[in-house]
Design a protein around this ligand. Sequence first.
Ligand code: X8Z
Ligand code: ZN
Length: 580
Amino acid sequence: MSGPERRSFEVGAFLHRAEAQLLELSRESQQAEWVHATYITDDTEAVAARASARVIGATVALAKESTRFAGEHLSPEASRKLTLLRLALPLIAPSDPTESEELTALVAEMQSVYSKGRHVPLGATEAVDLQGLSRLLRESRDPAVLEDAWTGWHRVGRGIRTGFTRYVDLANRGARELGFADTGAMWRSKYDMGADEFAAEVDRLWQQVRPLYRALHAYVRRRLRATYGDALVPSHGPIPAHLLGNMWAQSWEGIYPLVAPAEIPDRFDLTRALVERKTTPEEMVRHAERFFESLGFAPLPATFWQRSMLTRPRDREVVCHASAWDVDLVDDLRIKMCIEITGEDFGVIHHELGHNYYQRAYAGQPYLFRDSAHDGFHEAVGDTIALSVTPDYLGRIGLAGPDARFADDIGLLLERALEKIAFLPFGLAVDRWRWRVFSGEIGPSEYTRSWWATRREYQGVAPPTDRGEEEFDPGAKYHVPANVPYMRYFLAHLLQFQFHRALVRAAGVPGPLHRASIYGSRAAGDRLKAMLEMGQSRAWPDALEAITGERRMDAAGILEYFEPLRRWLDEQNRGAPLDW
Ligand code: X8Z
Ligand code: ZN
């Protein structure tokens, strides 16, 4: 063998060994994590933490070993795999085994603490979980009840602050062992471009959609003033976060009835339709599965129905935050969710199945390529399908009467904007804050103050009362204690409209984007599948091109979708203040 031949053989053998070992350890870790998330006890927490420490330990050892191939001329596939090896996990621990177990135990514990959060609402006698408190925020119009539910839930952060502070330190030390400046820099390095370049890219995208957000914000603020009065909602300042129908003010569709103008015929109410038909959680999932089948995807495996957790068990603590799993990384697909019979959860179910169909599509790839093109793609797939859940589609599958299709466009677009446009600055703010925490720019003595400064800057929202540093409000958002990077959702909220536009065109559906559904289109399904099957074997612009023909992320899709609403909002906002 010549020198280069021998080296290429060596790197092949190394990658073969690495992928086999990591596949094995990931399976064990996923099994342990599944058991922890669906049955929280001190023991399941410990077992999950140990399994996770083993995957991290092996990944770090292999990533360090792989540096012996640095600077060599390798095949594009081998060199991509070596890059991905360093970036495979969102959490890297120091190689010291004691510290590594301490860190994974902290993350498991923070998740448990979050999931066990309860509060006795004003005027009630029994403690209520996050879902119950969220329902209050969505449905109550009594500011005292809203403030109490909001404050009661946010108290959960207090029990997370100490663990979080230590976690930042340990996770950063881990990331530095792999050559990153800190954990935030490691997260930003996963987008086939430099970490700084990625931060600039995110800003570029935000600038494209910011005017539309400001228009929505101004309109909603004015409508809320009509309900709650000047004393509660300022004419120029930020909107109080407990009045927007959602615990984190991250999407506002819960207050649609409050902000829809009287002259607009009511939009189709999916929650009511589901409840009236006595739809079960399983039937909701079947609807989403059938949508994917209509595009040419195979039904979910029988084990999905045996092993998934679709409702909150009454006899034990679980992590209710919805997630999708492929436990054996082949076809052991599952979702874990505490489904409620609402239009919102109908959307979340489509979101989760998007993850499952992606996982299944890339299961044929080598281990290190079994992930989405970038994490925003993973989050965008199911949402793309949910954009096709139009009144017309619901009429076709019998969930709506035949008149649903004539539901007013502005009503539909306004409700969608409350969900999707309102989300954008929140999607941005979470990691804009965490990046600065990991870099050390924000220290523990200013965690909560800086959290609200960031949210005020991007979202124009403020807490109902002054929040001191005895609180830890970021800890009251799942992804912070659970160590899930969040910029992915900002990207997904733009990508899903980019995908939707491309698939609608591939399907040959005429008319405006907000009325179009790709239901039943094999042409759209084939286009989507081509992208999903690539996994992360190629840089993400290649995957984006496979589905859209474009190589850049872009807000043109979302702007086109909401163009009729933008004109309407501008009309409504004439002369009104647009800032905070
Ligand atoms: O966490 C989720 C999914 C699971 S990946 C339910 N989402 C974000 C959130 O709930 O904060 C979906 C939208 C944003
Ligand atoms: Zn998701």
